[in-house]
Design a binder for this molecule. Structure first.
Ligand SMILES: Nc1ncnc2c1ncn2[C@@H]1O[C@H](COP(=O)(O)OP(=O)(O)OP(=O)(O)O)[C@@H](O)[C@H]1O
Ligand SMILES: [Mg+2]
Length: 256
């Protein structure tokens, strides 16, 4: 069964078609990369998957259930513009999601529960190479570091689906390559399904198990023009038998 299923999706904003007849199935654990010209509706599509926007027609299901009509922790997101809290340290930023998950009213937990969360958040920072930066504020971090922080912040909530909208768009090629390695490692370990938008075709081919291109439909609005698989990614996770930071037991497994 596909994990994300999108059926007959249409979006009309102020009488203008923005997306037309989008149909897509993404299997669990896939790394689906979306490309396409500016204005073809890629960000709108990500916002629909997040429930930041409701479709005019059609349906999105995850694991066979229609998505909640509001953003929820089953769907994590990283945008291009460093979506971290500037007044919180790196560690505090990573703690926000899990604290709200456990204590929706206060947004804080105490005692042993907090200790465990801090350990987990510290591990999540180490996973993205930010162990040394735990007590720094976003303003003290480089662009690449802030983007790694945003990724840790999204992944610590163990989303079923991670949505990335041009997450590396503002970074130089070397930092981008570094982040590709980080994201591929986290993807293998967490087995999260990823839908990522990029304008960079080389990046798309490096990361994707599936490439989807948006284009323009006749009469206006964006639609899917190609939907194919790619053999670019074939990786094996280490055989350790241990659970990783996301609670997934590591075993030898091939992804394509
Ligand atoms: N809230 C909105 N109100 C009016 N028009 C909108 C709104 N959101 C999106 N649009 C329009 O929908 C179209 C698609 O926008 P979207 O941002 O999804 O494109 P995109 O493919 O992400 O482009 P880019 O590659 O430049 O990021 C554009 O024409 C945009 O102006
Ligand atoms: Mg966009």
């Amino acid at each position: 069964m596909s994990q994300i299923s999108v059926r007959n999706l249409d979006v009309v904003i102020d009488g203008h078609p923005v997306l037309r007849d989008i149909n897509l199935d993404v299997a669990s654990g896939e790394f689906c990369v979306v490309t396409g010209p500016s204005g073809s509706g890629k960000t709108t599509f990500i916002r629909l998957l997040l429930s930041q926007l409701r479709p005019t027609a059609g349906e999105i299901t995850i694991d066979g259930t229609p998505i909640a009509p509001f953003p929820a922790p089953d769907r994590g997101v990283v945008f291009q513009d460093y979506s971290v809290f500037p007044h919180k340290t790196a560690l505090q930023n990573v703690l926000v999601g899990p604290q709200f998950k456990r204590s929706p009213l206060l947004g804080r937990v105490f005692g042993n529960e907090r200790k465990k969360l801090v350990e987990h958040a510290t591990q999540a920072l180490a996973d993205v190479g930010l162990a040394e930066a735990a007590s720094k504020y976003p303003g003290q971090l480089s662009g690449g570091m802030r983007q790694r922080l945003a990724i840790a912040q999204a992944l610590i909530c163990r989303p079923k689906v991670l949505l990335l909208d041009e997450p590396f768009g503002a970074l130089d090629p070397e930092i981008r390559a570094q982040l590709h390695r980080v994201v591929l490692k986290l993807w293998r370990e967490s087995r999260t399904t990823i839908v990522m938008v990029t304008h960079d075709l080389a990046e798309a081919e490096t990361l994707a198990t599936r490439l989807v291109s948006f284009g323009f439909a006749k009469g206006g609005g964006g639609t899917i023009v190609t939907n194919g698989t790619t053999a670019a990614v074939s990786v094996v996770t280490p055989l350790t038998g241990k659970r990783n930071a996301y609670g997934v037991r590591q075993k030898k497994r091939k992804y394509r």
